[in-house]
Write a protein that binds this ligand. Sequence first.
Ligand code: DHB
Ligand code: MG
Length: 219
Amino acid sequence: MESTPAAWSEADSFLAETLVGPDAELEAALTAQRAASLPEIEVAPVAGKLLNLLVRISGARRVLEIGTLGGYSTIWLARAVGSEGRVVTVEAESENAAVARASIDAAGVGDRVDIRVGRGADVLPTLVGGFDLVFIDADKESNTIYLDWAAKLGHPGTVIVLDNIGREGEIVRDDSDDPKVIGTREGLRMLGEDARFDATALQTVGAKGWDGFAIAVVV
Ligand code: DHB
Ligand code: MG
């Protein structure tokens, strides 16, 4: 096989069909998100399931998500925390939050999910800490702010997942003037240098092209 974006996407579909399977609630969430013209940048099905597994493997009961979008990843996280668990998810756009609210409720996990509408920099200081897992998937320009709050609102052992660390390889460009690339690089540098974190990162290819995610633990 030639390594092309189309081949990555086809292999990703195969993995999703084989390991994730059909899912009426998640498909309805995507349909609602597309109908509302939200950007098609939610996590891929295999990545949503990875988030779900990381919550279960770590035993996380309190999860913080930064960047709700249409609630697709939120549903994956909310399913994983169990009926006694809670997900707080922060969304800057009220239109997105409304789409997410409806889809999360329709998925049957609405009682576990608290959507806070506002900019992360405004909302995060108002939250009570104690989060066991934090998923950061919002404006890349603010990654260092979000990582700082993830450490403050977490505890030793808190798992942090940071989306979109590959950016089609652009992360190697130290002269980039793309604010998203600059923010991604700053987040990665913080994960490497800040003593509060121990981290690694994995590149991915798949339905969303060439990208990746970082995984960290609060030490
Ligand atoms: C972008 C943001 C995302 O969270 C994502 O998963 C892919 C792309 C973006 O803003 O470009
Ligand atoms: Mg993302």
